[in-house]
Design a protein around this ligand. Structure first.
Ligand code: NAD
Length: 420
């Protein structure tokens, strides 16, 4: 039997009991975190499935290790393997300075068209937090991963390209703006397909997990045809593809215009009482305020690339920082997925065996859930939670907690394994 994870024609993931999963060990603190995390994954799977299931890990190269061994930052072979095996996990990678690849992560996401960046933010009891009620934060961010100004189309001030583009805007499109040779130019791209597939994935997630709402976060009041269109297309997906399961603020607005506000409120109330998911929207700056004031108002969050970047760090800080923030990059159509911690390589701490492996462990938890191995993922979450409650923590948490016991990265994994 094949050991490859595949996608069926009906769009469901086919996971063999002994899958091969490629991993990129990562730069900087990557190896320390990976060596700790992989022991947790293997032990949990062994314990829960008693030998009926097991992952074979296949190392593929990227980043500094790849550069030293092959002269390339992101060898073709790595992309081929990830494409072939569908699901992979990676550590953080150094962003090469100067020339060629802008960012290895962006290159990977682009190559596999991993259009969803999924980041759950949930508090674990005992984790130090700067807010009074971190337990109120329980959100899953769906960040669009392929478009927006992240497409990287931008031109330096004074360059021929920048000047040419400004001339075009002025001469051909009659744009009334104070163009100058000291202005850099960037292009923001947001498509209907890109927006719809992202919001579709967010709604499907809410349906699958019985969550109450999907909030579309945007800056459409200012950027009408990119961020504003994202909201409109988002509502459209809900109303055309999930009409029996959702109620949108677009519908509310229409009913209000036709029959008045109380009729619209009544309609929304009835829809929610019948179990429909509320699809609402909020302007990004207000959202950043509301997650501090009323975090319980939000569950699934669908947003564009740049907003998603800011939002996920802000939310991660509320529940304990990037040492415990997992993530996944997924194409739900092809099944391709690369799971990864949200932080970087923290090069100062490389090979110190001190950093928090929770981010990588929880990325693996997301991966196990994605594979449908939910017994193993639940076991890890429980053991990780107990380890933190026992106050055996790495330095990032230790510095913020009273009476905690400081442990190394590898020891933190040992403590989790003891509790599995
Ligand atoms: P960083 O996330 O690597 O580190 C910032 C700080 O966060 C660290 O100094 C450390 O105090 C803390 N931190 C990070 N991970 C931690 C962990 N697991 N446990 C405890 N504390 C942790 O950000 P940076 O220093 O801005 O970036 C360093 C390099 O990483 C750059 O080359 C950057 O491009 C790259 N990067 C890669 C990724 C990725 O591969 N996904 C993401 C972000 C940054």
């Amino acid at each position: 039997m094949s050991n490859k994870i595949t996608m069926s024609n009906e769009g469901t993931l086919q996971v063999p009991d002994f899958p091969t999963i490629p991993f990129i060990i990562g730069d900087g603190i990557g190896p320390d975190l990976w060596h700790a995390a992989v022991r947790v994954f293997d032990r949990a799977v062994e314990k829960v499935y008693n030998g009926r299931r097991k992952i074979s890990w296949k190392e593929v190269l990227a980043g500094e290790k790849a550069f030293h061994e092959t002269g390339e930052w992101l060898p073709k072979e790595t992309l081929t393997v990830l494409r072939e095996y569908l699901v992979g996990i990676k550590g953080p990678l150094t962003t090469p300075v100067g020339g060629g690849i802008r960012s290895l992560n962006v290159a990977l996401r682009k190559d596999l068209d991993l259009y969803v960046c999924q980041r759950p933010t949930k508090w674990f009891e005992g984790v130090p937090s700067p807010v009074r009620h971190p337990e109120y934060v329980d959100m899953v961010i769906f960040r669009e991963n392929t478009e927006d100004i992240y497409a990287g189309i931008e031109f330096q001030a004074g360059s021929a390209e920048s000047n040419k583009l400004q001339d075009f805007l002025h001469d051909e499109l009659d744009i009334d703006y104070n163009f100058s040779s000291t202005t850099g130019v960037g292009v923001k791209l947001v498509s209907e397909e890109g927006s719809k597939r992202l919001v579709r994935a967010a709604i499907e997630h809410a349906i699958q997990y019985g969550l109450p709402s999907v909030t579309i976060v945007h800056k459409g009041n200012i950027m009408k045809y990119t961020e504003g269109a994202f909201k409109i297309w988002g509502f459209e997906v809900a109303e055309t593809e999930f009409a029996d399961k959702t109620y949108t603020w677009g519908q509310w607005e229409r009913t209000k215009a036709e029959k008045g506000e109380s009729a619209a409120n009544q309609e929304q109330k009835e829809a929610l009482a019948s179990g429909k998911i509320l699809i609402k929207d909020i302007i990004a700056d207000n959202f950043l305020q509301q997650i501090l004031l009323n975090p319980r108002d939000f569950s699934v969050v669908a947003t564009l690339n740049l907003n998603g970047d800011y939002i996920s760090d802000a939310l991660a800080a509320m529940v304990g920082g990037i040492g415990i923030a997992p993530g996944a990059n997924i194409n739900f159509k092809t099944g391709h997925a690369v799971f990864e911690a949200t932080h970087g390589t923290a090069p100062r701490f490389a090979n110190t065996n001190t950093m928090n492996p929770s981010s990588v462990i929880l990325s693996g938890v997301m991966m196990l859930e994605y594979l449908g191995w939910t017994e193993a993922s639940a076991a890890i979450v429980k053991a990780l939670g107990e380890t933190i409650i026992a106050k055996t923590v790495t330095v990032d948490f230790y510095n913020l907690m009273d009476d905690a016991i400081l442990v190394k990265t590898s020891e933190f994994a040992d403590r989790i394994i003891e509790k599995l």
